[in-house]
Design a protein around this ligand. Structure first.
Ligand code: FES
Length: 206
C-alpha cells in the first residue's frame, strides 16, 4: 500500500506543496543572498586593497598634494580632502549635475572622475568664481535673476553656465537651454538661470 504521506501521494495536498515550495524558495533566496554577500565582500576587499598613493591636483590655480586611494573620485577628494564643498554630492548616477566643475575648460562631473585621472589637469570649482577681488558675472546674474531656491543644484548650474558661456559667448536662448540640459533643478529655477545666461550672452559672454 502506498504511504499516505509520501510526496505526491494521495496525502500530499496543495497546502503541503505550497509549504514545501515556499521553503525551497526561501532556501534559494538565502543561498542567493549569501552568495551576494560573499561577492560584495570580495569586491569590497579588492577595492580597499589598493593602497593610497601620492596625487597632486591643481585646483583653482593651486597645486594640492594628497595621499589617496585610486578609487577616490574627484568629488570625494575635493569635498573630503580639500574642503571645496561647492560641488554637491547628491546622487550616484551623475543625473543631476550638482557636482559640475570645469576641467581644462570643459564642464565635467566630479563624481564621475577618479581623482588620480585628473592629475596634470586644471580643475576649477565654483569657489573660484567669488573671491575678495572679484565676483564672476554668472554668480551675480544668478542672484539678480533669482535663479535659486534650495540652492543644491546652484553651484553645478553656475559652473555649467560659466563653461557654456566661455565656449558660446553669443549663444541664443535655444542654445543655452540645450547647452545646460545636462543639469537638473528640482526646484524649477530654469527660467532665472537661462535669463541670466542670455543676458550675459547678449553682452558677448562677459
Ligand atoms: S534650487 Fe533647489 S534644486 Fe535647484
Amino acid at each position: 500500500m502506498r504511504d499516505q504521506n509520501q510526496r505526491g501521494g494521495p496525502g500530499f495536498n496543495r497546502r503541503d506543496f505550497l509549504k514545501g515550495s515556499g521553503a525551497a524558495v526561501a532556501a534559494t533566496a538565502i543561498a542567493t543572498s549569501d552568495q551576494k554577500t560573499e561577492a560584495a565582500k570580495a569586491t569590497k576587499k579588492n577595492v580597499f586593497a589598493a593602497k593610497a598613493q601620492d596625487v597632486t591636483l591643481n585646483v583653482n590655480g593651486k597645486d594640492y598634494k594628497l595621499k589617496i586611494e585610486p578609487r577616490v573620485t574627484l568629488l570625494e577628494a575635493l569635498r573630503n580632502d580639500l574642503n571645496f564643498t561647492g560641488c554637491k554630492d547628491i546622487d550616484d548616477d551623475a543625473a543631476v549635475g550638482a557636482d559640475t566643475v570645469i576641467i581644462d575648460g570643459k564642464a565635467a562631473l566630479a563624481g564621475s572622475r577618479l581623482a588620480v585621472e585628473c592629475q596634470g589637469q586644471k580643475i576649477t570649482t565654483v569657489e573660484s568664481l567669488h573671491t575678495e577681488q572679484k565676483t564672476d558675472e554668472v554668480v551675480e546674474g544668478f542672484v539678480q535673476h533669482d535663479a535659486m531656491q534650495c540652492g543644491f543644484c546652484t553651484p553645478g548650474f553656475v559652473m555649467a553656465t560659466r563653461a557654456f558661456l566661455d565656449k558660446n559667448p553669443n549663444a541664443n536662448l535655444e542654445e543655452i537651454q540645450k547647452g545646460l540640459g545636462g543639469n537638473l533643478c528640482r526646484c524649477g529655477t530654469y527660467h532665472g538661470i537661462t535669463q541670466c545666461a542670455l543676458e550675459i550672452a547678449k553682452k558677448g559672454g562677459a
